[in-house]
Ligand binder design. Sequence first.
Ligand SMILES: Cc1ncc(COP(=O)(O)O)c(C=O)c1O
Length: 412
Amino acid sequence: VFNTVTRQVGMFPVAQRQETSSSTARQVTVWCSNDYLGMGQNTQVIAAMQHSLGTCGTGAGGTRNISGTTRYHVELERELADLHGHQSALVFGSCYAANASSIPVLVKLLPGCIVYSDAKNHASLIEGIRHSGAPRRIFRHNDAKHLEQLMQADDRHAPKLVVFESVYSMDGTIAPIADICDVAERHQAMTFIDEVHAVGLYGQHGGGVTQRDKLAHRIDIISGTLGKAFGVYGGYLTGSSCVIDAIRSLAAGFIFTTALPPVVAAGALESVRILKQHHQLRERHQERAATLKAKLRAAGLPLLATPSHIVPLIIGDAKLCKAMSDQLLAKYAIYVQPINYPTVPIGSERFRLTPSPVHTDAMIDQLVDALVSLWRDFDMPLLPTVSASLPASSTFVSVPPPTRQSEELYAL
Ligand SMILES: Cc1ncc(COP(=O)(O)O)c(C=O)c1O
């Protein structure tokens, strides 16, 4: 069920929910948006888009190589390369397209290439790896030692590509990037990191976890989205001029499709520029996430321990998850989409809460109270309640063992 929630400028995270076309709309508080910082309603971004729309019109009018490249595309790519400290960038229609269409190009250019993929990689990365036809090895989630074992077992002369993410969107885990880079360097492997849930949010200028940890120079390709923290739409890759030029020249998902509308490129450009300069938004975002986690934990709600801004609450049953989400909406005007298979493995269905800098203390308290009532209404066990200041270890749940790894799920 796709809930119809219409966003209203100036109201985020409140939106208008309309159940049917004839029913009256009511206001709901959204707790599951990936517009992590509310940039989708930033007045400067809106003004930049209005200006571009008024001057360039609507669509790009062509593929990038046949009349679809505007100065907004060029400036955006320059800005993104600078954001990650890489030589070049390439903008795609989405990061799904960027991931899925660039990996086959890299594999094609490196005959005999073996791809090493984290077990929890996103569907777009899995699609790219599958489509490449390369032999692939799946390493246990965030396990650099396992990656090393797999590499040691392979021909040491074979070209190698390691594909992983920085922030994993459903469990909120963060990759041991330095360890993975160490392994990759020992085996002369290329590295491809998806920073979709980190760009705009981590690092002094929003360049992601690789920027925060000063590791971007050790990564060959960074992929990111313009549709989450940057609040607009589109995806991109950054890397050396040589690698980006190869992808630009060969990736079907870049070449044979209409370029991003200039208005979208203009909005993304403005958003990237703003977030480069406003680290306080990232600090406030982290503070809101920490406050929400502390209050959920103090109330005994079963949250996963995460080192990131993502706050997963495990429910573990698809029907229950949907019924609880429906009740949250109907009774408390709180919108949290149930996350079910195939986004997460069966048995680990969950609410995935995404606090933003503009979720207030009152909104957090209202959410926690509503969830506690909901847990009671549905006869769900609460964990022992603790003071928010006590150590966390005893009051977090762990991720239920997956029934099937995501790699297998997408084969279905
Ligand atoms: C980890 C990850 N990579 C890539 C994507 C695709 O990004 P986009 O929405 O720009 O297509 C997503 C999802 O939205 C994602 O969660």
